[in-house]
Design a protein around this ligand. Sequence first.
Ligand SMILES: [Zn+2]
Length: 160
Amino acid sequence: MRIGSASKRFVPHLQNNNAAGGGYLKYLKVIWPLPITAFGLMLAGIVQITGGACKRYGNALEASNGAASRLLWLMNPWADIEAITLGHVILARDLATAKRLRIHEHTHVRQYERWGVIFPFAYLASSALAVMKGGDAYRDNVFEREAFEAQFFQRENTKL
Ligand SMILES: [Zn+2]
């Protein structure tokens, strides 16, 4: 598929699937964040039955449209969230947003594979640390910085 080959080119972690540490390690990467992925799958199910779309892209399921916007609002009514990653599930308000933020959100998937169920706590700790240092809870969060860097790198690549 064209989309698949594009993802292999632009999503760095997809290139490393067969690298050293393959084999059962790839199952651990799926199992480690599984409780959060399960919550994400429940939300993806709601998106699906409310007329949205669920599509696998790389090693994540992207759920968009349907009730996605409302679910994102329910998760944080104070911030205008466009997309959120829950383990191996990405919830985006619509298809265009899912596509635009794909590299960013897939970076969070990779972070979940590293940190597993403790990722949300590590994320909050990083935000707290950023605020304590006088920075921004979102932009200065180390996990967001990595995701924004990946997004920027992808944008540079597509110019080639
Ligand atoms: Zn992010």
